[in-house]
Design a protein around this ligand. Structure first.
Ligand SMILES: CC(C)(COP(=O)(O)OP(=O)(O)OC[C@H]1O[C@@H](n2cnc3c(N)ncnc32)[C@H](O)[C@@H]1OP(=O)(O)O)[C@@H](O)C(=O)NCCC(=O)NCCS
Length: 137
């Protein structure tokens, strides 16, 4: 959790680490089947977490250590997450991306997500989100 809460700051630039860590712990308790880490030579270098409410799945967070990005780790995490979410049978999977993380949008597009809108102040004052969605068959 120490490493994951550090990595979480890459995906959640608005967040305060200790508070966000508690959020991650709660999510993990509720949705342990939807949480994965990527391990390279015994070290955690990435993580992904998800959640499902009714027919709506959420890709909560995905992050890979800066020096390990662009090596295919993100794709492995995303595939694991989508496979796990699919078992819960959602009709739609959404990702809410902080505007400072907009460089991750091509990564989501590569896997079928499309922008569905923007939500001002989604993460708090002036922390807008770009909403993405993936429609399931
Ligand atoms: C988004 C993220 C998880 C992708 O992980 P990754 O391990 O770098 O992804 P992959 O190597 O599997 O990327 C596969 C492809 O996705 C696309 N892609 C990934 N990151 C990209 C970026 N920042 N800009 C443009 N395209 C990107 C590329 O097509 C890439 O292929 P390439 O490396 O051959 O160009 C990683 O960049 C990250 O941790 N970003 C910071 C946190 C964040 O913004 N998370 C998303 C919001 S929740």
């Amino acid at each position: 959790m120490d490493v994951v809460s550090d990595l979480a700051m890459l995906a959640n630039p608005f967040a305060e680490k200790s508070k966000y860590r508690r959020h991650l712990e709660e999510e993990l308790e509720d949705n342990s089947d939807l949480a994965f880490v990527a391990v390279k030579t015994g070290r955690v270098v990435g993580y992904v977490m998800g959640d499902v409410h009714g027919s709506r799945g959420t890709l909560e967070d995905i992050a890979v250590e800066r020096d390990m990005q662009h090596r295919g780790i993100g794709i492995l995490l995303l595939k694991a997450e989508l496979e796990a979410l699919t078992k819960r049978n959602p009709k739609i999977i959404v990702a809410e991306v902080h505007y400072k993380c907009s460089s991750a949008i091509p990564f989501y597009y590569k896997h079928g997500f499309r922008i569905s809108g923007v939500c001002r102040n989604f993460f708090g004052m002036k922390h807008d989100a770009i909403m993405l969605e993936l429609l399931m068959q």
